[in-house]
Design a binder for this molecule. Structure first.
Ligand code: FE2
Ligand code: FE2
Length: 133
């Protein structure tokens, strides 16, 4: 397989994760008790939607969000609680940022996404250090 095809295969997985993240954050926004949590998760859902669109522009494929993933994360929150779930999601944001790093030179649009994911991780952590904790 050519390098380009291999890269597109990886970026399709990231596109799926971005597409799923829209629903995950919408579900977390709806499930949240604190209005600050809801507001942040709606903003993050909008960012992830833009990320999915940027990846679609590269891969040329339209993907469907997995409702199961969103249900799994909100289910996890019921079991683990708010703090542990938010920490887990924040860590996924940092992992996503790291995953985009090797692609930024060849696909400059991904650099902005990488920066967003780093910011997302920090913003989710900041919910936990707020007055509601
Ligand atoms: Fe994203
Ligand atoms: Fe993100």
């Amino acid at each position: 397989m050519k390098q380009k095809e291999r890269e597109i295969g990886i970026l399709l997985k990231y596109q799926q994760a971005e597409t799923d993240a829209v629903l995950i954050y919408r579900s977390l926004a709806i499930a949240a008790q604190d209005p600050a949590d809801t507001a942040l998760f709606h903003r993050l859902a909008a960012d992830e939607g833009r990320h999915a669109a940027a990846l679609k522009a590269i891969t040329g494929k339209t993907l469907r969000p997995s409702k199961r993933m969103a249900a799994r994360v909100t289910g996890l929150k019921r079991v683990l609680g708010r703090e542990k779930t938010y920490r887990l999601v924040a860590r996924f944001e940092y992992k996503a940022a790291a995953a985009y790093k090797p692609f930024c030179a060849r696909y400059p649009a991904l650099f902005g996404i990488r920066m967003d994911e780093l910011r997302h991780g920090g913003e989710i952590y900041s919910l936990l250090s707020g007055a509601s904790e």
